[in-house]
Design a protein around this ligand. Structure first.
Ligand code: ADP
Ligand code: MG
Length: 602
């Protein structure tokens, strides 16, 4: 009998192992940045193209590698950070498994240039799918420069599995933020398709937070401080008014490494409980310093879950520290209820419009702003949007004017109130007190629809249906399951969909607004958004449906709008709870400040 067990070739073994460490472009960013931090870099530059699908570059000014080390670094279990099993328990660095570079090189085309500061020449190394293509001396800057091209080029199944650019970019930004917050003493930058997303100088943590989440955040941070024999805690919590409904501003760091910790998360949320509106999440940026032998970092392949030896004790300390900090800043329930921004729950009449509490500040920064739009990241734009119009001549309320049928844009715009100008069938320009307001028409509509749908779902409003000439659609199995998952909610929103089995569905009715849409692309768009929403957020089922349906139903770019339509759109937008951002966090409204305009004409 012949033996049938074979050893896998290294390249295959590496590819398989890579699956654990490298799931998407963001994992590459994380691993490379961690290596740069370990190499003692004081400056780290991340450059990505096409959300990292075609290129990820990490450039550092750290220790660099010798020629031999550069070659060794790409071997599995090659690490300079650990010599014996004992070292595992005293590890202070980010990496130590020695598999990141080997994994990345197994599934991409990697080019490395590296030089130690004291060496004259550096090393250039090119590896495609674990195979060394070139190794030669090169003149380069001190430090390490790694380019990862065409991730998963040799594993088409994985490449197909990647999400849309905006989703992948969001993951990259998340990883980047974690590293940047973990090491504020390192300068970081992030560039996507030649657009600078972040340029973060070395700074204390507080400033780093403000650089990332907007200057406005600064005044909402409460410092934390506790030193005990087991753990030292420092960092900041956000005041309750900056709490959001969606996760995103919760950060724990252990010895300058980001970690997830559901149990400690609970310590913070419980401490916040008396002062937070229901289902809001407090913002926090909490750093633990603890002796390395009191934690185990090795339990998770991507090292984001960390086990503490004295978990309970740390829980207690953390809980007490957060409580105390809230108390010091007089953020106690009794005071809190006197403050603005606390939910008011008036008795509801039948006809009264139901609005969620006015807590939702939700001005999450927008990672997608092009450069030069910094104000949208650093300020919290039109919270009291009406005041924006002050100083423009007295004018009837937006709503009244909407019905008064004002004439189109004219030279007297300002003296007659606000007028609208549609640019590229995509943006609406309108003057406001502080400058020129620019609104993205599709995103605005998305926000309006989202809040309407969500409201209908939560209040169990049944939207009436228009019958259609029934349309049959055939869906791929996964999509079919998803659509059926949404079935009940869609029905309440006016869609009558019947399951015909074998992936076939029959659409018999739609709400009024969808009467003339082409159903097939519409349903595809809906499913696509639903998939993205599902994985990226902790949104509840209603939010997910409302978000996806809003994305699929919003007026497209390229649609010309009349004055009335623009006016109506803007009125409805500012009647929303969170007019500034789409449910996915993208900027809807941008104000070009007068002083910026004036600068151009100096
Ligand atoms: P680990 O970080 O777990 O040691 P990696 O595969 O990420 O494993 O890296 C392997 C080794 O390559 C590291 O231990 C380090 O010696 C070296 N290395 C990787 N990146 C850099 C860098 N940016 N600068 C200097 N050395 C590096
Ligand atoms: Mg590493």
């Amino acid at each position: 009998m012949t033996d049938i067990i074979r050893l896998l070739p290294d390249s295959v073994a590496n590819q398989i192992a890579a699956g654990e460490v490298i799931q998407r472009p963001a994992s590459v960013v994380k691993e490379l940045v961690e290596n740069s931090i370990d190499a003692g870099a004081s400056e780290i530059k991340v450059v990505v193209r096409d959300a990292g699908k075609t290129l990820i570059q990490v450039i550092d000014n750290g220790s660099g590698m010798t020629e031999t080390d550069a070659r060794m670094a790409f071997e599995r279990h090659a690490t300079s950070k650990i010599n014996s099993a004992d070292d595992l328990f005293s590890i202070r660095t980010m990496g130590f498994r020695g598999e990141a570079l080997a994994s990345i090189a197994a599934v991409a085309q990697v080019e490395t240039k590296t030089r130690q500061p004291d060496d004259e020449t550096g090393t250039f190394l090119e590896i495609h799918g674990s195979e060394v293509i070139t190794q030669e001396p090169v003149a380069c800057m001190a430090g390490t420069h790694i380019s990862v091209k065409n991730l998963f080029y040799n594993i088409p199944a994985r490449r197909r599995f990647l999400k849309t650019d905006s989703t992948e970019l969001r993951h990259i930004i998340t990883e980047f933020q974690r590293s940047a917050l973990a090491c504020p003493s390192v300068a970081f930058s992030l560039i996507h398709n030649q657009t600078e997303i972040y340029q973060l100088p070395e700074a204390p943590l507080r400033q780093r937070i403000a650089h990332i989440f907007g200057k406005g955040m600064n005044q909402h941070l409460i410092p934390l401080e506790a030193e005990t024999s087991i753990v030292k805690i420092s960092g900041f919590i956000g005041k309750p008014e900056v709490a959001k409904k969606t996760a995103g501003e919760q950060f724990f760091f252990v010895n300058h490494r980001f970690m997830r910790h559901a149990y400690f998360h609970k310590a913070v949320t419980e401490a916040f409980e008396p002062v937070l509106p229901a289902d809001s999440l407090p913002s926090y940026f909490i750093c633990f310093e603890i002796l390395p032998d009191h934690i185990d970092v090795n339990i998770h392949p991507t090292k984001t879950e960390i086990k503490f030896e004295d978990e309970r004790a740390v829980w207690q300390i953390l809980h007490a520290t957060v409580r105390e900090a809230l108390g010091k800043f007089n953020i106690t329930p009794s005071l809190d209820f006197d403050r603005e921004g606390v939910p008011e729950i008036p008795p509801l009449g039948r006809t009264q419009e139901i609005k969620p509490p006015q807590i939702d500040i939700n001005t999450g920064y927008n990672p997608f702003s092009p450069p030069g739009t910094a104000p949208s990241r650093t300020e919290r734009p039109p919270a009291g949007w009406e005041s924006l119009y002050e100083g423009l001549s007295p004018h009837p309320s937006l709503h009244e004017r909407a019905h008064a049928g004002e004439e189109p844009f004219s030279g007297e715009a300002e003296s007659r109130g606000i007028q609208f100008y549609q640019f590229k069938n995509r943006y609406i320009f309108t003057p406001v007190k502080s400058g020129l307001m620019i609104i993205d028409q599709k995103r605005a509509h998305e926000r309006i629809l989202y809040e309407t749908f969500l409201n209908n779902l939560e209040q169990s409003v049944q939207v009436s249906q228009k019958n259609l000439f029934p349309v049959t659609l055939e869906l791929e199995a996964g999509d079919h399951t998803l659509l059926m998952e949404m079935h009940e909610s869609l029905k309440r929103l006016g869609f009558e969909i019947r399951d015909l089995g074998h992936g076939n569905i029959l659409v018999e009715g739609v709400p009024e607004y969808a009467r003339h849409v082409d159903l097939k692309p519409f349903i595809e768009h809906l499913l696509e958004s639903y998939k993205n929403t599902g994985r990226d957020t902790e949104a509840g089922p209603h939010e997910k449906i409302a978000r996806s349906l809003a994305a699929a139903s919003a007026i497209p770019y390229g649609k010309p709008l009349t004055q009335e339509e623009m006016q109506h759109l803007i009125d409805s937008l500012f009647a929303c709870q969170s007019p500034n951002h789409t449910p996915g966090g993208k900027t809807i409204v941008f104000i070009l400040p007068v002083h910026e305009i004036e600068k151009w004409f100096r």
